[in-house]
Design a protein around this ligand. Structure first.
Ligand code: MRU
Length: 357
């Protein structure tokens, strides 16, 4: 793959490919502050649940580093108090993807346990900051590994010759690398199966039209772009063998929040007897919620709907709605592919088992 989604450089600059500009411009932005990383998540320079989680982890490292240059931050307790404030700020960037909160909590937990001990044995805050740096890089590397494992498990579901429909972008661009839904497709292709992809355009941010098509073409995987409203026709014509999407949050009963429009695709798939698969790491599963009704759905600026690339397409002052995600009830989900294996209904049971409960 000739591009990378994001990285933390040795000189502590976070680099991200600007996903607002792809595919027409391939630009990497450089971020040196946690506020910059927060803005990049909010404005969707970086997007996709796992990529947002990794970005937040890098952002927290930049925040921790900036804190210890403040004269008043001269002991563990003051550091922790201010660091947790930064963590809460980072957490507020986007509400639906649980990976953001998962990464933030993981680092907060580490600061509270190992960080505290390290400081007790050697009262040097630089050591705590370097613990955070290492953890953020661990989260980054683990994400790529997890996606590859998910791919290996999920590839069995995609048979040679399949045409697979996907919605939004759940690829390398939505993760530290390799991808979730597109990772499963990559794994099937690497097993020499002939797979072609149909990509929904995914209005309004056009992740399908701009990102999924570009990323797959970079890898030489055949892809056909369709308008969002074409999926039903193609399914009815027998042109789609399976649907595979990613997820932003999965409830403990298997309800799946993903990009707006996913629910429609799932209903159409069931109606047409086509399997609907979700590929997501266990960090996307929120055991604290019983069903999809509890998942907060992000509402974004209506300018994304009434304009395209800054050009107004709807009448001035028209009312508009811009929900960024929807929830697909578990009855539409044929299987959930994770790094620990494929989960099938009853999801309450199979999800609990995947977490060893
Ligand atoms: O608004 P986005 O682009 O962050 O939404 C992304 C999605 O809905 C993806 O399908 C999801 O995060 C899974 S990414 C592996």
């Amino acid at each position: 793959m000739a591009f990378y989604t994001l990285k933390l450089r040795d000189d502590d600059v976070v680099e991200m490919i600007d996903q607002r500009k792809l595919p027409l411009e391939i630009i990497y932005v450089e971020l040196k502050t946690y506020e910059g990383v927060y803005a990049a998540i909010k404005d969707m320079v970086v997007r996709g649940a796992p990529a947002i989680g990794v970005s937040a982890a890098f952002g927290l490292y930049l925040g921790a580093k900036s804190l210890i240059s403040l004269p008043e931050v001269n002991n563990y307790e003051t550091f922790k108090k201010k660091f947790f404030k930064i963590a809460d700020f980072m957490f507020s960037a986007r509400p639906t993807a649980v990976n953001l909160g998962w990464a933030v909590d993981r680092i907060k937990g580490l600061v509270e346990t190992e960080g505290k001990n390290i400081y007790k044995n050697n009262p040097d805050l630089k050591k705590v900051v370097s613990l955070i740096r290492n953890e953020s890089l661990k989260i980054y590397n683990e994400d790529i590994e997890i996606n590859k494992n998910m791919g290996r498990y999920g590839a069995v579901l995609l048979k040679d010759g399949y045409t697979v429909l996907t919605h939004c972008n759940a690829g390398a661009l939505a993760t530290a690398g390799y991808g979730t839904a597109l990772g499963v497709i990559r794994a099937a292709v690497s097993e020499n199966k002939k797979i072609s992809v149909v990509s929904d355009e995914t209005r309004p941010f056009l992740q399908g039209a701009r990102l999924t098509t570009w990323e797959l073409m970079e890898d030489g995987i055949p892809v056909t772009l369709i308008a969002d409203n074409s999926a039903g026709l193609l399914m009815r014509k027998g042109k789609i063998n399976a649907v595979i999407v990613g997820a932003d949050r999965i409830a403990s009963n298997g309800d799946v929040a993903n990009k707006i429009g996913t629910y429609q695709v799932a209903v159409l798939a069931k109606e047409n007897d086509i399997p609907f698969y979700v590929a997501a790491p266990l960090s996307t599963i929120d055991l604290n919620i019983k069903s999809g009704d509890e998942i907060p759905i992000e509402e974004r600026d209506i300018n994304e709907v009434v304009s395209i690339f800054g050009k107004r397409i709807a009448p001035e002052s028209v009312k508009a709605l811009n929900y960024a995600f929807d929830v697909t009830p578990n009855k539409y989900v044929s299987a959930i592919i994770t790094e620990k294996g494929i989960l099938y209904p009853d999801y309450k049971k199979s999800i609990a088992e995947a977490f060893g409960k």
